[in-house]
Design a protein around this ligand. Structure first.
Ligand code: MG
Length: 219
């Protein structure tokens, strides 16, 4: 097995809770209905890589997509919190790429199976380059974009989130306890598409910074 020089992540979350279809235009591009309540799934902490890491395309997939997302990093343990108090439990925000094996996901959707395979490979969760404290930015008025080899592929605004951060936290903590450092990936705007070996991916959010990743095929 090759050693990939992936930057260590200074975060040790117990889980990454990801939100599906939290932007109308992305739900439409996927041919999926706009959800009435948040739709969540889990990515394993073992999928995390830091800034300047390498996304490894697994042999099992012929199509691996980028999804740039605003990530919420939790500060305190919480359960059953109201939307009104939800932000009290947040440490800050960072940039996240919800890397997705789209062909495996499509197959799973067709068969009614879980997304764990399509979303859970090692290196499928680049995060960084830093956490910006909660009070420094408004998470719902930020430009969010992703470039491959310098060309824009996604270019949206977090204003278009269907469910805002406080409502997501309230919904999620009605189901599971969130622990310090747990991550919520809040969904992607439209423009998702494939990455191939040799690509350089830059994902940016206004007020936070740019997360960079290289792309390599597993061999
Ligand atoms: Mg996503």
């Amino acid at each position: 097995m090759l050693e990939y020089k992936n930057a260590q992540v200074d975060l040790a979350p117990t889980k990454i809770v990801a939100v599906a279809r939290n932007y109308r235009a992305h739900a439409e591009e996927m041919g999926s209905p706009v959800p009435e309540i948040p739709t969540i799934f889990l990515k394993p902490p073992s999928s995390l890589i830091g800034d300047d890491g390498v996304i490894v395309l697994p042999a099992a997939s012929q199509r691996v997509d980028h999804e740039v997302e605003l990530a919420v990093v939790m500060k305190d343990r919480c359960k059953n919190v109201s939307a009104r108090e939800a932000l009290d439990f947040v440490m800050g925000y960072t940039v996240f790429i919800d890397v997705t094996a789209r062909d495996l996901q499509a197959e799973a959707r067709k068969k009614g199976l879980s997304w764990a395979v399509s979303k859970g490979f090692d290196t499928f969760a680049p995060i960084g380059p830093k956490i910006v404290a909660k009070d420094e930015i408004d998470p719902h008025s930020l430009d969010i974009w992703l470039k491959i080899n310098g060309v824009y592929r996604q270019n949206g605004t977090t204003q278009d989130m269907l469910f805002p951060v406080d409502e997501l936290i309230s919904h999620i903590t009605g189901i599971m306890t969130l622990e310090p450092m747990d991550i919520i990936a809040t969904g992607t705007p439209e423009g998702v598409g494939p990455m191939v070996e040799g690509d350089v991916v830059e994902a940016g959010i206004e007020g936070i910074g740019v997360l960079t990743a290289a792309v390599q095929r597993d061999r």
